[in-house]
Design a protein around this ligand. Structure first.
Ligand code: ZN
Ligand code: ZN
Ligand code: ZN
Length: 166
């Protein structure tokens, strides 16, 4: 299970959810994949979460919505891989290999991941742009921060650690 991120995104509006569901159907059909109830339920769980979520949480949400279904983690992983390949979902990796997923509709962006508690934050796009600009000025290197994670210690864990030392 993952920790939710510290961001509190507003729930998606009914209009966005409708549009996203339509996009799922369209993309699946265009690529020759069946629009199965399980794929729709997996996507619904991501729409409901509207956050960086994990396979366990998605599975839990599907089981809650459809108690009679027999769904397992492997199925969810497979659907998430497919969504990723179709550009509907993005994956973030923790250093220990655990993955979190979010809807691609939020656009490409980098992430900050805490090594201690596993909390995950969106990297502010304006800040990322500044870093990219400065790096290019400094070394001529065009770094791509979107889609990557920077690992470190979150503010909360840093405070706890300081408290323990004091
Ligand atoms: Zn989770
Ligand atoms: Zn932390
Ligand atoms: Zn994100």
């Amino acid at each position: 299970m993952c920790q939710g991120s510290a961001i509190a995104r507003d729930p998606l509006s009914a209009a966005v959810r409708r549009a996203e569901r339509a996009r799922l159907r369209k993309v699946l059909r265009a690529e020759g994949y069946a629009v199965t109830a399980q794929r729709r339920a997996t996507y619904d769980a991501l729409l409901d979460a509207n956050d960086h979520t994990c396979v366990e949480h998605i599975l839990e949400a599907i089981q809650r919505a459809h108690p009679t279904w027999r769904v397992n983690k492997t199925t969810v992983y497979r659907n998430l891989d497919l969504f990723q390949a179709l550009g509907l979902v993005r994956e973030m990796r923790h250093e220990d290999g655990r993955a979190q997923y979010e809807l691609a509709l939020h656009g490409p962006h980098g992430h900050l991941i805490c090594r201690q508690c596993g909390a995950l934050f969106d990297l502010d796009p304006a800040l990322a742009a500044t870093v990219q600009h400065r790096l290019r000025e400094h070394s001529g290197f065009a770094v791509d921060l979107a889609g990557h994670a920077l690992y470190g210690v979150c503010a909360r864990c840093a405070t706890v650690r300081q408290g323990a030392v004091a």
